[in-house]
Design a protein around this ligand. Structure first.
Ligand SMILES: NC(=O)c1ccc[n+]([C@@H]2O[C@H](COP(=O)([O-])OP(=O)(O)OC[C@H]3O[C@@H](n4cnc5c(N)ncnc54)[C@H](OP(=O)(O)O)[C@@H]3O)[C@@H](O)[C@H]2O)c1
Length: 353
C-alpha cells in the first residue's frame, strides 16, 4: 500500500487524482487538503487552509501529491523533500520560487521528486536511463493557448471568460490564464531547469497546437526521443502515483492513423512577452524566479477580477521585476520576503496604472 497525502484535493488535478487513487487498490488516500472548500470525510486526515505541513506531520504519508495552486504550496514541497517522502509535484510554483532550496532539501532527504506537469513527466520519461552527458537539449511544447495567432492589439479587450476557454486542456483558472499569456510555459521552463539540471540555453519551447507531443529530448548522437499522448492529466498523475510500475489508465491508446497532427512553430514572444520575462528571471537566478511568480499571481488574480486588461499582466510583471531587489535565495525567509516584495510592487504598479 502507498499512503498518499493529496493537497489541493478539490482542484482540477486533485479531482483527477482522486479518480486515479480510486482505480488502484494499492493507493490509499491517507490525507486530503484544500484552501477553503470542505474536504471532511474524504480521507482519515483532512485540513482546510492553514499550514499544510501540520496535516503532513499528522498523516505521515509515503507520497505527497502537491496540487495546491501558487506559492502557498511551497512549505509542503519542502516538507516532503526534506524528509525523503516521495513528492509528486503539480505545484510548479514552489519549484520555480525555491528551486535551489528544494533540490538541496531533496539531496538531504533522498526521496523522489516525480513531476506531474505533463511536459516534465514526459521529459522525465524520455531522459530515464540516459547519462546526463548524452543529452544535448530538451524541448517542451506549448499549445499556444486560446489566443495563439493574435496580435497584441487583438488582446487588448479579451475577457476572463475568453482566456479561460483553453483549446486542449481543462484546468484550474490560474494555470489556464497562465497558458493564455505563456507565463505557464515560462514557469515550466524554470521548472525544467531545476528538475533536469539543464542550463536555460539548452531548453527550448515550441508551440504545438494539438498537445500530442509533450516533450522531446535531443541526444548528442543526433537521436531525439519524444513522448506522445492525448492531453489528459490522468496519465502523468497516474505515472507519478504508481511509479515505477506505470499502472493502467482508462485513456485510449494513441491512434496515429485517425489524423493526429504534429505541427510545431516558434512562440510569438512579442505578443506573449511572459515567456521571455520568465527566461530572463530564470537566468538571473536568486530570488528573481520567485518574484516573477509572485507578480504573475497578483496580476492574474487582478485580471480574473476584471481589474486589469489581459496585456497589462505582462506589463505589471515586467515592472515589478525591474524594481525588485533580486538578492540570493539562501533560505525560506529570503523567498517569503522576495514573494511579499514582488506582490507589493505588482499591486503598486496596478494602482498607479
Ligand atoms: N490542472 C491541470 O491540468 C494542471 C496541469 C499541470 C500542472 N498543474 C498545476 O497544478 C497545480 C493545481 O492546479 P489546478 O489546475 O488543479 O488548480 P485549481 O483547480 O485551481 O485547484 C487548486 C487547489 O489548490 C487548493 N488551494 C488553493 N490555495 C490553497 C492554500 N492556501 N492551501 C491549501 N490548498 C489551497 C484549492 O482549494 P479550494 O478549492 O478550497 O480553493 C484547490 O484544491 C497548479 O500549480 C498548476 O500549475 C495543473
Amino acid at each position: 500500500m502507498r499512503k498518499i497525502a493529496l493537497l489541493g484535493a478539490t482542484g482540477s488535478i486533485g479531482r483527477q487524482a482522486l479518480d486515479v487513487i480510486d482505480a488502484h487498490p494499492e493507493l490509499e488516500l491517507a490525507a486530503a487538503a484544500s484552501g477553503s472548500q470542505p474536504v471532511d470525510g474524504l480521507a482519515p486526515f483532512t485540513q482546510v487552509g492553514g499550514d499544510l505541513t501540520e496535516l503532513l506531520d499528522r498523516a505521515q504519508p509515503d507520497l505527497v501529491l502537491n496540487a495546491v495552486v501558487g506559492f502557498a504550496g511551497l512549505p509542503a514541497t519542502l516538507w516532503a523533500l526534506e524528509r525523503g517522502v516521495d513528492l509528486a509535484l503539480a505545484n510548479k510554483e514552489s519549484l520555480v520560487a525555491a528551486g535551489g532550496l528544494a533540490l538541496a532539501a531533496q539531496e538531504r532527504g533522498g526521496g523522489r521528486l516525480l513531476p506531474v506537469d505533463s511536459e516534465h513527466s514526459a521529459a522525465f520519461q524520455c531522459l530515464e536511463g540516459h547519462p546526463p552527458d548524452s543529452v544535448d537539449s530538451l524541448v517542451i511544447t506549448a499549445s499556444g493557448g486560446p489566443f495563439r495567432g493574435r496580435t497584441r492589439d487583438e488582446l487588448e479587450d479579451v475577457t476572463p471568460a475568453e482566456a479561460l476557454a483553453h483549446p486542449t486542456w481543462n484546468m484550474g483558472p490560474k494555470i489556464t490564464v497562465d497558458s493564455a499569456t505563456l507565463a505557464n510555459k515560462g514557469l515550466e521552463l524554470i521548472e525544467a531547469h531545476f528538475l533536469f539540471a539543464l542550463p536555460y540555453d539548452r531548453i527550448e519551447v515550441v508551440v504545438h497546437p494539438s498537445s500530442t507531443v509533450h516533450a522531446l529530448v535531443r541526444f548528442r548522437d543526433g537521436a531525439a526521443i519524444a513522448h506522445l499522448g492525448y492531453p489528459d492529466m490522468r496519465v502523468p498523475i497516474s505515472y507519478a502515483l504508481t511509479y515505477p510500475e506505470r499502472a493502467a489508465t482508462p485513456i485510449p491508446p494513441l491512434d496515429l492513423a485517425s489524423g493526429v497532427t504534429l505541427e510545431f512553430h516558434a512562440p510569438d514572444l512579442d505578443t506573449f512577452p511572459m515567456l521571455s520575462l520568465a527566461r530572463d528571471a530564470g537566468e538571473r537566478g536568486g530570488t528573481y524566479p520567485c518574484a516573477f511568480n509572485a507578480a504573475n499571481e497578483v496580476a492574474v488574480a487582478a485580471f480574473l477580477d476584471g481589474r486589469l486588461p489581459f496585456p497589462a499582466i505582462a506589463d505589471v510583471v515586467a515592472e515589478a521585476l525591474s524594481a525588485v531587489d533580486g538578492g540570493p535565495a539562501r533560505d525560506l525567509e529570503d523567498l517569503v520576503e522576495a514573494d511579499a516584495e514582488a506582490r507589493r510592487l505588482a499591486e503598486r504598479g496596478m494602482a498607479v496604472a
